[in-house]
Design a protein. Structure first.
Length: 213
């Protein structure tokens, strides 16, 4: 009975705003993992809610990140709808060397600059928050462009977020991000299976890959 009372007390301290944010967040990530375009409208709802949640928690880098997610989610919704005439869905692509060379320095520079600014505010964990934000910026672009390796970035950053949100007493959100880790692993496995394969087992290049190279 004591456990039940503890759970009831814990539940009473959760807000409906966070509950809805968690539900829509889980739906959008799961639908993305199974390569379903309907992940994007749920993503738009979830990030809108988390703008308010993170502002209250003083995770200001995450607030800005949600605005960015809102825009990229709209772009992803559009991009995924532009499938080739010969395909049922936009093909999955591998990350290119150019994208890696752009992404890594961008993450480092963004983390240093934003973290240095946020440490003079009331922001919590300015450098950790900024690093996770930088990784998320890159991962979200790769997700919108259907780059397979976006899921590996999400696994890494979501593990860090679980710790951050636990310390900030956003327990439902921490649980959500722990589930995100599992979904991201599933997404990587499923997208790899869905990728267009050549006879020798290598991923075929799509026109988009050729443009990025």
């Amino acid at each position: 009975m004591q456990i039940i009372h503890v759970l009831q007390d814990w539940w009473q301290h959760q807000t409906w705003l966070e509950v809805i944010g968690v539900i829509t967040g889980l739906l959008c990530v799961y639908l993305a993992a199974i390569n379903n375009i309907w992940n994007w409208p749920f993503a738009v709802i979830s990030v809108t809610i988390y703008i308010f949640i993170f502002f209250e928690a003083k995770l200001f880098a995450d607030v800005g990140l949600q605005f960015y997610f809102f825009v990229v989610n709209l772009y992803g919704w559009y991009y995924w709808s532009q499938k080739p005439a010969t395909e049922k869905k936009v093909p999955v692509a591998h990350i290119t060397r150019k994208e890696i060379l752009l992404a890594v320095p961008a993450i480092i520079i963004f983390t240093v600059i934003l973290g240095s600014l946020l440490k003079y505010t009331t922001a919590s964990y300015p450098y950790i928050d900024s690093f996770c934000t930088a990784c998320s910026l890159v991962a979200q672009v790769f997700l919108a462009r259907k780059v397979l390796e976006n899921w590996l970035i999400w696994v890494f950053v979501d593990i860090i977020y679980v710790g951050v949100y636990t310390y900030k007493d956003l327990h439902l959100t921490a649980i959500m991000y722990a589930i995100y880790v599992a979904i991201a692993i599933k997404g990587y496995v499923d997208w790899k299976k869905d990728a267009t394969q050549s006879p020798n087992g290598e991923l075929k290049q799509t026109p988009n890959d050729q443009i990025r190279n």
